[in-house]
Write a protein that binds this ligand. Structure first.
Ligand code: PGA
Length: 268
């Protein structure tokens, strides 16, 4: 088994201005200084990407955009293209359920965005996940299947191997005092996702693609998800706005990475 480097992504969503973002980066870098074997990615709002980029680089974090438009340029008022972001960010979140729900992004738009990210040398962090109703109706795996097949349709096996897929059940996002996804349930879904990638793109791509879990992850629950065989890291929303909470999540990732390597996985 190859122990991949853990990946922890902070999705700040529509929070924090330039000053508050810069203060958070400063605190974070101090609190996770010795945990740099974990890959830590920060996804601030678009407004903060340019002003924070040098600081983020200096502190050895990686930068992600939360969204971009799939056309390269033109009459698309208010949008930022992947082309404009290509030298600025390493990753871009694509297909987050908040964009699918509030901005009507359908399967076709998500597919175009994944392709545009890859075309511009930006690694997509593709979010997939079922709604509460779909889960109740026993359709979760079908939904995951459809979202994956559609979003990955234009990619090669090598491009898939580089990509990141985040399983984010819609019913578990931002529900800290409500229903959390149980690690055993997440284990089954992550395994299903990896198997789908294997069926579609072969075992090498399936083994290499990094799978994250996201949905109300905090400093208390991180460890349970990180201990799952198919979980390579976490996508964290609300808890990433707190330096101590997010640092504790990175610490959990660091420990799980070392436990895995001690069990015999070599570093990738
Ligand atoms: P949450 O957000 O951790 O606040 O649930 C996760 C996400 O939406 O990516």
């Amino acid at each position: 088994m190859v122990a991949k480097r853990r990946l922890v992504v902070a999705n700040w969503k529509m929070n924090l201005g330039v000053h508050a973002g810069s203060v958070l980066v400063h605190h974070l870098s101090k609190q996770i200084e010795s945990r740099r074997s974990v890959e830590v990615v920060l996804a601030p709002s678009s407004l903060l990407l340019q002003p924070l980029s040098l600081e983020i680089d200096r502190h050895k974090f990686r930068l992600a955009a939360q969204n971009a438009y799939f056309k390269d340029s033109g009459g698309f008022t208010g949008e930022i293209s992947f082309t404009m972001l290509r030298d600025l960010v390493h990753y871009c979140i694509v297909g987050h359920s908040e964009r699918r729900i509030h901005f009507n992004e359908d399967l076709v738009v998500v597919r175009e965005k994944v392709a545009a990210a890859v075309r511009n040398d930006i690694v997509p962090i593709l979010c997939v996940g079922e709604s509460r109703q779909e889960k109740r109706d026993g359709e979760a795996n079908q939904v995951l299947h459809d979202q994956l097949v559609s979003a990955l349709a234009n990619l090669t096996s090598l491009e898939i191997a580089d990509a990141v897929i985040a399983y984010e059940p819609v019913w578990a996002i931002s529900t800290f005092d409500g229903e959390l996804a149980k690690p055993a349930e997440v284990a089954g879904r992550l395994q299903f996702i990896r198997r789908q990638v294997a069926d579609l793109y072969g075992p090498a791509a399936a083994q290499a693609v990094r799978l994250l879990y996201g949905g109300s992850v905090d400093n208390h629950t991180a460890k349970g998800y990180l201990s799952l065989d198919d979980c390579d890291g976490l996508l964290v929303g609300a808890a990433s706005l707190s330096a101590p909470k997010f640092a504790a999540i990175v610490e959990a990732a660091y420990k799980s990475q070392h436990e895995l390597r001690a069990k015999g996985g070599s570093a990738a």
